[in-house]
Design a protein around this ligand. Structure first.
Ligand code: NDP
Ligand code: GDR
Length: 372
C-alpha cells in the first residue's frame, strides 16, 4: 500500500485529493492545524473514528512554519508521495499578512524539501508543489504555457515563485522527483467562501431567499480560467506517476470575466440582472424574476454593488492557460466546463441557504458570516 502525506488536507484541494487517493487504496496522512473550532468539515465524511483499526486516513497536528514538526511527521510516516497543498492561499490577504504568507508559502516548501533530504529520503519520496497561475501576474503572453515568463503581482505570488524555483532546484541539485503543477483557478462547492466564485454563488443564493440584501464586489472585469477542483486533483496525482519529474500547466484553456460568473449564477437562480454604470458606481439591478426561486426579490432590487475595499493594490487582470503539454504527456482533458461548475456551486449554496431559511422560520436562526 502506497503512503501519501498531504499538507493542506483540510482545504478544498486537500479534501478532494484525500478522497481520490483513498479510492486508489493509498494510506493517506494529512497535516491539520490546531484551531479553536473544528476545522475538518471538508474531510469528515472520509475520516474514521480514531479508535478504528485498519484505518486508511490519519491526521497529524502540524504547521508549515514548524520545521521539527514537519521533519518528525515525514520520518514517522515515510511517505512515498508528499503533496504540498498547504498555504495561506488568499491573494488579497497576502497584502495584509505578507511576512506570514512568505513563511508558510515559501519557507514551508523549503522545510518539507529539506526534511526529505535530511532524512535521506530523496530517492523514495516524490514531491508535488502546488504552484499557481498567479506566478504569471502581469502576463507576458497569452495564453500562458510552461515557458511563459513569470511576473508575480502579490506577496502570495512572490512567495509561490520561491517555492516554484526551490522545487526545480531540489530536482536539479539532488535528483529528487519533484514537480510543479502550475494550476489555474479551480473551484467547487467546497471552495472557501471568500474566493470570488463562492462569494458570488453563496451571496446570490442567500439574496434570492432574503437572507442577505446585497453582494459587494471588487474588480468584476477580471478574467480567469476556472476549472473544477475535482478534475484538477487527478492531475496532481498523475504528475507523480510519470517516468521523470516535470512541471505542467493545468487549465481549461477558456477564459471568462467575474461579471460573466455573476450573470451565470443569477440565471441559475432565476434572476436576470442588468449591470448599470462603470467602475465604482457600477451596480447590478434585478431586471426580471423567472420561476419561483428568487422569492425574496422584487424587480428593480439592487443586488450587486462595487466596493473598492475589494480592489487589490496590484491586480492580476487576465489569466488564460494553455494545457497542451498536460494533454499530450498526461493524457488529460478537463471534464467539467466552467458553466457546469458554476451551476453545481449555485445548487449547493441554494440548498444550504434553504436550510438556513428553514431554521430561521423555526426560530433557530444561525448568524451569517458577512465578513467576506
Ligand atoms: P485552501 O485555502 O482551501 O486550503 C489551504 C490549506 O492549507 C488548508 O488546509 C489550510 O488549513 C492549510 N494551511 C494554511 N496555512 C497553513 C500552515 N501555516 N500550516 C499548515 N497548513 C496550512 O486552498 P486550496 O485547496 O484552494 O489550494 C490548495 C493549494 O493550491 C494552495 O497551496 C494554493 O495556494 C494552491 N493553488 C490553488 C488554486 C486554486 O484555484 N484553488 C490554484 C493554484 C494554486 P486550514 O483549513 O486550517 O485553514
Ligand atoms: P485569485 O482568486 O486571486 O485568482 O486566487 P479570487 O477568487 O480571490 O479572485 C479572482 C478575481 O476576482 C476578483 N474579485 C474578487 N475577488 C475576491 N476574492 N472577492 C471579491 O469580492 C472580488 N471581486 C472581484 C479579484 O480581484 C481577482 O481578480 C486564487 C487562489 O485560489 C490562489 O491561491 C490561486 O493561486 C489562484 O486562484 C490561481
Amino acid at each position: 500500500m502506497k503512503k501519501a502525506l498531504i499538507t493542506g488536507i483540510t482545504g478544498q484541494d486537500g479534501s478532494y485529493l484525500a478522497e481520490f487517493l483513498l479510492e486508489k487504496g493509498y494510506e493517506v496522512h494529512g497535516i491539520k492545524r490546531r484551531a479553536s473550532l473544528f476545522n475538518t468539515q471538508r474531510i469528515d465524511h472520509v475520516y474514521e473514528d480514531v479508535h478504528a483499526t485498519n484505518k486508511q486516513l490519519y491526521l497529524h497536528y502540524g504547521d508549515l512554519t514548524d520545521t521539527s514538526n514537519l521533519t518528525r511527521i515525514i520520518q514517522e510516516v515515510q511517505p512515498d508521495e508528499v503533496y504540498n497543498l498547504g498555504a495561506q492561499s488568499h491573494v488579497a490577504v497576502s497584502f495584509e499578512a505578507p511576512e506570514y504568507t512568505a513563511d508558510v508559502d515559501a519557507m514551508g516548501t523549503l522545510r518539507l524539501l529539506e526534511a526529505i533530504r535530511f532524512l535521506g529520503m530523496e530517492e523514495k519520496t516524490r514531491f508535488y508543489q502546488a504552484s499557481t497561475s498567479e506566478l504569471y501576474g502581469l502576463v507576458q503572453e497569452t495564453p500562458q504555457t510552461e515557458r511563459t515568463p513569470f511576473h508575480p503581482r502579490s506577496p502570495y505570488a512572490v512567495a509561490k515563485l520561491y517555492s516554484y524555483w526551490i522545487t526545480v532546484n531540489y530536482r536539479e541539485a539532488y535528483g529528487m522527483y519533484a514537480c510543479n503543477g502550475i494550476l489555474f483557478n479551480h473551484e467547487s462547492p467546497r471552495r472557501g467562501e471568500t474566493f470570488v466564485t463562492r462569494k458570488i454563488t453563496r451571496g446570490l443564493a442567500n439574496i434570492a431567499l432574503g437572507l442577505e440584501q446585497c453582494l459587494y464586489m471588487g474588480n468584476i472585469d477580471a478574467l480567469r480560467d476556472w476549472g473544477h477542483a475535482k478534475d484538477y486533483v487527478k492531475m496532481q496525482w498523475l504528475m507523480l506517476q510519470q517516468d521523470a519529474p516535470d512541471d505542467f500547466v493545468i487549465a481549461t484553456g477558456k477564459q471568462y470575466s467575474v461579471r460573466q460568473f455573476i450573470e451565470w449564477s443569477a440565471a441559475e437562480l432565476g434572476v436576470a440582472i442588468r449591470f448599470e454604470g462603470d467602475g465604482v458606481d457600477e451596480i447590478g439591478i434585478v431586471a426580471e424574476i423567472e420561476g419561483d426561486k428568487a422569492s425574496a426579490l422584487s424587480v428593480g432590487d439592487v443586488i450587486v454593488r462595487i466596493d473598492p475595499r475589494y480592489f487589490r493594490p496590484a491586480e492580476v487582470e487576465t489569466l488564460l492557460g494553455d494545457p497542451t503539454k498536460a494533454k499530450e504527456k498526461l493524457g488529460w482533458v478537463p471534464e467539467t466546463t466552467t458553466q457546469e461548475m458554476c451551476a453545481e456551486m449555485v445548487a449547493a449554496d441554494y440548498t444550504s441557504a434553504r436550510r438556513s431559511l428553514l431554521l430561521k422560520e423555526h426560530g433557530l436562526e444561525l448568524p451569517l458570516s458577512l465578513e467576506l
